[in-house]
Design a protein around this ligand. Sequence first.
Ligand SMILES: [Zn+2]
Ligand SMILES: [Zn+2]
Length: 140
Amino acid sequence: MIKKHDCKEELRQVNLKVTPARLGVLAALESASSPLDTGNLTSYLSGHGIKVDRVTVFRIINILTDRGLAKPVLFDDGKLRYDYGSRPEHHHFVCEKCGRVEMVSNCVLKPLEKKLQKTKGFFIRRHSLEFFGLCAKCLK
Ligand SMILES: [Zn+2]
Ligand SMILES: [Zn+2]
């Protein structure tokens, strides 16, 4: 039998106490098809019977980011959103007309990272790449 993914285990692995709110935030990030902001997360939690204010959500998301369970994503509207940290590396396409966000897989930047580390002596921890334009629906 295939064991279902366990968010509790994920929290324990990074030495975080399991709380309903932390679990809820992780579950929201994992099930979302595009990155969420703290407002989205707060309403997800209250929709699941977990009453927390936005400040608490903000604190939780910061801890999760710190431990690598969440990844911050910045689109050009300047609003910080968060992605599930354990998702395989991917990038995003943002439609400038309808605001729809799609994941784009197949990162081709690793060789460039390696080259920069070698030629410039940088230590690169992560990179961020977002595409902006019109989605297929808006082009019709
Ligand atoms: Zn669109
Ligand atoms: Zn990449």
